[in-house]
Design a protein around this ligand. Structure first.
Ligand code: AMP
Length: 290
């Protein structure tokens, strides 16, 4: 695996691959890699050559009181994981390379970016879409791989790719979970052992909704009320939002129809965790996927 720090060299390598008719797969991350990130790498390796991963802790998607400074940056361990997985290139630029002095162009996906995570984290998605567009422009991959763990982010990036006529196909991969159901996240490392046990409440609330849907529940208000009730049983959990939305518009629904997402954001101590359940209607049958 070759590690690349500059935009110019990354462009050169990607351009060369395209000139050879190869279809690059791209996996953007902020590092502190876990099996969730590596599942995206494996999906890319199965379909693309070369596979390019990036590690960039993007300052513009963190709010002033968020964890940008203390976000984990175990670059050597991450680099080994990517190399062992079979990644061809790691792109790891410095913030000053991505945001040079005088930088003033932003990308904003209106509407979708203001709901849910966007309401709780003002400006967050503007930072995400801006950096993702920059990375896609530098690498110009045939496919870029994202996790459904960040379902709203994936939906917004798909919208951006459609609206800006990007040539990159956006691929959304399943959520990878710990044995007890907790969705893997770099931020899980912040949790104390007691908080780590409490954090399974997100999975348990969503799994309860999944079971109700399997029993025939279609009423969104009853489903969200039951999830809130489940969250209340965990004294360490402070819910931020519990919503059931249309998977396309991200607007609240009153009854399940088409594709929906049940989305949770919960604070455990100082750590904010998110998780979701995908609910899809197929020939009148609702299938809920954790
Ligand atoms: P991050 O490093 O948090 O920016 O995440 C980089 C990519 O990995 C994003 O597309 C995430 O949605 C994805 N990702 C993070 N956690 C998981 C997980 N548990 N399962 C699947 N994908 C994930």
């Amino acid at each position: 695996m070759e590690t690349i720090h500059t935009i110019e060299w990354m462009k050169q390598v990607a351009r060369q691959a395209r000139a050879e008719g190869r279809r690059a797969g791209f996996v953007p991350t902020m590092g502190a890699l876990h099996a969730g990130h590596l599942s995206l790498v494996h999906a890319a390796l199965a379909e693309c050559q070369p596979v390019i991963a990036s590690i960039f802790v993007n300052p513009t998607q963190f709010g002033p009181s968020e964890d940008f400074q203390k976000y984990p940056r175990p670059l050597d361990a991450d680099s080994r994981k990517l190399e062992d997985a079979g990644v061809d290139y790691l792109f790891s630029p410095e913030p000053a390379e991505i945001y040079p002095p005088g930088f003033c162009t932003w990308v904003n996906v209106e509407g979708l970016s203001e709901r849910l995570e966007g309401r709780a984290r003002r400006g967050h998605f503007r930072g995400v879409t801006t950096v993702v567009l920059k990375l896609l422009e530098i690498v110009q991959p045939a496919r870029a791989f994202f996790g459904r763990k960040d379902a709203q982010q994936a939906r917004i990036i798909r919208q951006m790719a459609r609206d800006l006529h990007l040539d990159t196909e956006i691929v959304v991969c399943p959520i990878v979970r710990e044995a007890d159901g907790l969705a893997m996240s770099s931020r899980n490392a912040y949790l104390s052992p007691e908080q780590r046990r409490a954090a399974t409440i997100l999975f348990r609330a969503l799994d309860g909704a999944r079971a109700s849907i399997a029993r025939g529940e279609r009423d969104a208000l009853r489903l969200t009320a039951a999830m809130r009730e489940m969250l209340r049983t965990e004294p360490l959990a402070e819910p931020d939002y519990v919503e059931l939305v249309d998977a396309e518009t991200l607007e609240q629904v009153t009854r399940l129809r088409g594709a929906c997402l049940a989305l949770l954001a919960v604070r455990i101590g100082a750590t904010r965790l998110i998780d979701n359940l995908l609910i899809e209607e197929r020939e009148g049958v609702f299938l809920a996927t954790l």
